[in-house]
Design a protein around this ligand. Sequence first.
Ligand code: SF4
Ligand code: SF4
Length: 177
Amino acid sequence: MNTVITNLDIISEVAAGREEENDQFGVWLKEKDAEEIDRLVHEINERVSEAVDCTACGNCCNSLMINVTPGETISCAQHLTISTETFKEKYIEESQGGIMIINTIPCHFLTEKRCTIYEHRFTECRDFPHLHKPGFTRRLFSTMMYYGMCPIIFNVVEELKEKLGFKIVTLPTVENK
Ligand code: SF4
Ligand code: SF4
């Protein structure tokens, strides 16, 4: 297993220099067997997730839009010892179709990189970055949006490149005469 990098500054800097490489990787990956890629991603993700402490990171909470279910408004309100109505007034934006999201980005419950309701966080928070689910290649675009921000995604993608033997193709530069 590769050394797992968790320093957000390093990840962000490396990511900025790998845009072309990642674009090529995305195109290259689409040609591969999606189920085999899922199997590999799940295996790598299991190890990487164990090595990354989300409670010391919280970086996704700065930019994710979090969906909340009706049941979660009730249980989180109970945890905060407020009424469900007060919870919704303070923290929820509800669409006409009844879809509820947390009404601030960064999330209300993030304080100095820590989720203050961690044990009661929402399903959407628990599921991110979704690397344990099938369909990695289908979700590649949304996953790679967080490549430079989420240590789990960054490390899983880098190990995946290595395991699959991916190499960036450098096109020769043509000199103008
Ligand atoms: S509820 Fe907690 S884990 Fe979810 S986005 Fe907010 S701070 Fe992050
Ligand atoms: S899911 Fe990624 S960005 Fe979010 S807290 Fe965990 S390591 Fe950090």
